[in-house]
Design a protein around this ligand. Structure first.
Ligand code: FES
Ligand SMILES: [Fe+2]
Length: 463
């Protein structure tokens, strides 16, 4: 029976892709994941288009500065970027800059990056210091933010009587799984409440705090930050953008869950994409997954009756055993092979399980038509923690493959980046007011915009 406009309510039964689901594959796995990782929490909220102005207009960028970046928990750095007392990083978001510093063995603070004399940026690069001394006239603050030195103090009698104005103002700091977050809103909810108990519990078993940044690359892209970000919030594009993955990754079979401010997309390996015009065997899927070419032998043992999931999860378990320990035996097969993409509102994507991947998307300074897209690997280690990888900075025309350490991901990211600038340009030609989304596969994008709307509707932040 044909649908009518009146049928388009959230009561319309949710359709899923033909073929097995991620949950079906989990039932077949030898080593199961715990039930709490299997819960389903789909997101349905209407069928409206997303206004294209959100990506194109300067006014919307100004609203985001005033109402999103000024009040949201945002990933600033890893704890390991602040290894010693006095270590600091400069975290920039749109036209704002913050100093994030380890001020004691177990305490991290963040300050707006401005001297309280005449406003110069206190720091313009990451490093380590014993005080924050302004390069302009030499005012200095302790790591704790107390005023420490006023040159020619005799000339500032007014500051003697208004000394409380000379404390560096603090912004909120929270840590989770080895990630350091800041929030400029003094009335923000605690980071733990923002992330929510389900997501915190999911990550407990993966020990991301005991990882190190093994690779880190950052690239400028000619598109609004949300266009880049949303390219990683759905697997629907795999069939056209990454066709090399279609035989062994069932992206349309992905499960999408939303838990408040965090969503996740779970894409199973070992299910061919139903859009593929043939059905590959388990061995063919495995050959494609391992990029084994015509005439080459598989690098892993494979016998009659073996499956891609069985072979790859066993290999993954052994790959992580030296660094993660025998805890790998308690992990499910899925944790070694499937894509566990977590999406933290508004711009941060730490993948779960053993995927190692972390993404962050920011406006490129105060420019709403370009953005900074970063990729990191957070990998387990044994022995002493290795220092975090230096950031490789890529310009607009530098390929991801110029960044060392990203391996196959660089090639995949190159395919994704190929679309981003063309979406930005295409939106200016679009003779519709908005873009339209698939109901389930792109529901993470709807959820992101709904949260963004909530933030915008809350008005300016009360400081
Ligand atoms: S602006 Fe910083 S000391 Fe003058
Ligand atoms: Fe992609």
């Amino acid at each position: 029976m044909a649908l009518t406009p009146d049928d388009l309510t959230d009561d319309l039964p949710l359709q899923r892709s033909p073929g097995p689901t991620w949950q079906d594959k989990l039932d077949e796995d030898v080593n199961k994941i715990p039930e709490y990782l299997r819960t389903e929490s789909p997101y349905l909220n209407g069928f409206e288009d997303i206004p294209k102005d959100r990506y194109l207009s300067r006014e919307f960028h100004e609203l985001e500065k005033e109402r999103l970046w000024s009040r949201v928990w945002q990933f600033a750095c890893r704890e390991e970027h602040l290894p010693e007392v006095g270590s600091y990083i400069v975290y920039d978001i749109a036209d704002q800059s913050y100093l994030v510093a380890r001020v004691a063995e177990d305490e991290i603070k963040a300050y707006p990056n401005a001297c309280l004399h005449r406003g110069r940026m206190l720091k313009t690069y990451d490093g380590r210091c014993s005080e924050f001394r302004c390069p302009f006239h030499g005012f200095a603050w302790t790591l704790d933010g107390d005023i420490k030195h006023i040159p020619a103090e005799w000339d500032f009698p007014h500051l003697e009587v208004r000394s409380e104005e000379m404390m560096l103002p603090e912004v909120r700091v929270g840590t989770w799984a080895g990630f350091v977050f800041i929030n400029p809103d003094p009335n923000a909810e605690p980071l733990e409440d923002f992330l929510g108990p389900e997501v915190i519990k999911h990550f407990e078993r993966w020990n991301l705090q005991d990882r190190y940044v093994a690779a880190h690359a950052s690239k400028i892209i000619r598109c609004n930050w949300k266009i880049a970000n949303e390219s990683f919030c759905e697997g629907f594009h795999v069939n056209a953008t990454h066709p090399q993955g279609m035989s062994y990754t069932g992206d349309p079979q992905s499960q999408i869950d939303v838990y408040g401010n965090v969503a996740r997309q779970l894409s199973p390996k070992g299910i061919p994409c139903p859009l593929l015009p043939y059905t590959p065997t388990e061995e063919e899927m495995l050959r494609d997954a391992l990029d084994v070419r015509e005439g080459e032998d598989l690098p892993v043992p494979f016998e009659e009756g073996d499956t891609l999931r069985g072979v790859l999860s066993a290999a993954g378990r052994e790959r992580f055993r030296p660094t993660f320990g025998d805890g790998v035996d308690q992990m499910g097969d899925s944790e070694f092979l499937d894509a566990w993409v977590y999406v933290v509102h508004p711009n941060f994507q730490p993948w779960g399980a053993f995927n190692r991947i972390v993404y962050r998307f920011r406006p490129n300074g105060d420019d709403h038509e370009t953005c900074i897209f970063e990729m990191m690997y957070v990998a387990p280690f044994s022995g002493d923690r290795p220092p975090p990888a230096e950031v490789v900075h890529l310009g607009v025309d530098d390929p991801w493959t110029d960044a060392t350490g990203l391996e196959k991901l660089a090639m995949v990211a190159e395919q994704d980046t190929f679309n981003m600038e063309q979406v930005q340009r295409g939106l200016k030609n679009l003779r519709r007011e908005g873009v339209t989304l698939s109901r389930y596969q792109e529901s993470t994008i709807r959820w992101k915009h709904d949260l963004l709307t909530d933030y915008i509707n809350r008005g300016p932040v009360q400081l």
